[in-house]
Design a protein around this ligand. Structure first.
Ligand code: HEC
Ligand code: HEC
Ligand code: HEC
Ligand code: HEC
Ligand code: HEC
Ligand code: HEC
Length: 268
């Protein structure tokens, strides 16, 4: 190859590489299929296949049922309120439904195709501050940090490795901040799966299946345990006793006056 044809060769190689990367980029940017585009429209929309922007609000059930019960049960066990009439002013970029309720589609573009299907461009704390004022979060023990990245504490996300402990994903999320191996708020779970609170509040087994303990005796039947308590996937968890996603961070799920919380499960 002479010098000029070699130059041409490399120019072509460079052009092909550039072209390939543009094609690759386009594939990445290519609008992915819209969420639920393959599903039967009449299963949610009363107008069925005639559904359009004007009549789309005619749904066969509230979204808390259509979206949450049908597919996204994991996402809504511990969540931002949904299906409620807002007391605060909600900006029009976050539309309420026909009955004036804040619902899934207030925050989500349900037929969108962007990650998280979020409306608008605000994310994280900025999203929260579209509706809430700063003071709302300042008052919380954790300044809202446990909630601002999502509208949900998802039972499907377990980001932190609890080095072999067998606990539910909610506990993993709490321990992400409270565990002594992170930023030392000082709660520990030992290798026998016993939780020790930092301030010496009750020490307690964690991660165990309630049904297995029940079989051993001295526990109330799961069905008679106060519905306010929560056993994710049937197991003892931080969120069995504590609320998650609340303005009162870490609040007990019910009063423990006279050990009332304990007696919901323990049948001495
Ligand atoms: C699992 C339930 C579900 C299914 C299935 C579904 N939709 Fe929707 N759709 C919704 C919800 C919820 C909204 C938001 C309604 C509102 O804003 O009040 C919506 C809104 C819409 C809107 C209004 C504009 C927008 O994007 O928000 C259109 C148009 C629409 N749907 C078309 C369709 C079509 C066409 C199908 C079938 C391919 C379909 N939908 C299937 C739940 C569903
Ligand atoms: C206050 C706003 C808000 C409301 C109301 C809301 N969400 Fe979300 N949701 C979010 C945010 C924020 C995320 C995180 C999105 C991201 O990853 O960027 C999210 C994420 C999700 C995800 C992704 C996976 C996960 O579990 O985190 C699902 C599924 C979901 N929402 C379903 C729902 C359903 C169903 C409803 C109605 C019952 C609902 N959302 C109501 C804000 C909201
Ligand atoms: C579109 C408006 C909107 C957005 C965005 C929004 N919220 Fe809310 N939030 C509400 C409404 C409405 C309520 C119900 C209380 C009320 O009406 O004052 C509420 C209630 C709450 C509560 C109280 C739950 C309880 O009962 O203890 C918390 C906590 C909360 N929001 C956190 C967040 C966080 C964190 C974000 C960001 C991820 C967020 N919100 C984003 C509108 C919004
Ligand atoms: C983003 C980090 C973070 C996450 C995640 C988190 N917390 Fe906290 N939590 C904090 C901080 C910070 C404090 C304040 C600590 C202090 O004052 O010593 C706190 C305080 C608390 C308190 C004491 C509240 C009070 O008023 O004294 C409880 C109880 C609590 N958290 C429970 C939980 C539970 C249960 C979970 C999981 C559902 C959880 N936390 C998840 C950061 C977090
Ligand atoms: C069996 C019920 C139960 C379980 C399970 C539980 N807690 Fe607690 N927790 C309590 C009680 C009771 C208190 C004392 C609260 C009070 O007196 O108001 C408390 C207090 C706390 C406090 C404040 C005191 C301190 O130690 O700093 C934090 C933080 C806390 N819990 C975090 C957690 C975390 C994280 C988990 C999961 C690893 C968890 N708790 C699991 C019942 C429980
Ligand atoms: C959500 C149900 C539930 C609540 C609420 C609860 N416990 Fe438990 N507790 C259990 C179960 C189930 C076990 C047995 C776990 C196992 O099999 O190791 C247990 C075990 C214990 C143990 C270990 C000793 C033993 O006999 O296994 C102690 C101590 C204890 N609980 C004290 C308490 C106290 C004090 C409270 C109130 C602050 C409380 N528990 C609240 C369900 C609960």
């Amino acid at each position: 190859m002479c010098a000029s044809s070699r130059k041409l060769f490399w120019l072509i190689v460079a052009l092909l590489a550039a072209l390939a990367s543009v094609v690759g980029l386009n594939a990445a940017l290519n609008p992915a299929q819209k969420h639920m585009s393959g599903q039967a429209c009449p299963s949610c929309h009363l107008p069925g296949n005639e559904v359009n922007k004007e009549n789309a609000h005619l749904l066969v059930a509230p979204q808390e049922k259509l979206c949450a019960e049908a597919c996204h049960t994991n996402s809504v066990q511990i969540s931002h309120p949904s299906g409620i009439h807002p007391a605060l002013a909600v900006p029009s970029a976050y539309p309420l439904d026909w009955k004036g309720d804040m619902t899934c589609s207030t925050c989500h573009n349900v037929h969108g195709n962007t990650p998280g299907l979020m409306r608008g461009s605000a994310r994280g704390r900025n999203l929260c501050l579209s509706c809430h004022d700063r003071g709302f979060f300042d008052k919380m023990a954790d300044q809202g940090m446990s909630m601002i990245s999502s509208g949900h504490m998802s039972s499907a996300t377990a980001k932190i490795d609890l080095s072999g402990l067998d606990v539910d994903p909610f506990t993993v999320q709490c321990m992400g901040c409270h565990g002594d191996y992170t930023d030392k708020l000082g709660t520990t779970i030992d290798s026998k799966q016993v939780l020790r609170h930092a301030d010496k509040s009750v020490s307690h087994p964690i991660g165990q299946r309630y049904s297995a303990s029940f079989m051993k005796g001295r526990y109330r039947p799961e069905s008679s345990v106060n519905q306010k308590l929560f056993l994710p996937d049937g197991r003892l968890s931080c969120v069995s006793c504590h609320q998650g996603y609340t303005k009162e961070h870490g609040k007990l799920r019910m009063s423990n006056r006279g050990s009332a919380l304990c007696f919901e499960c323990h049948d001495i």
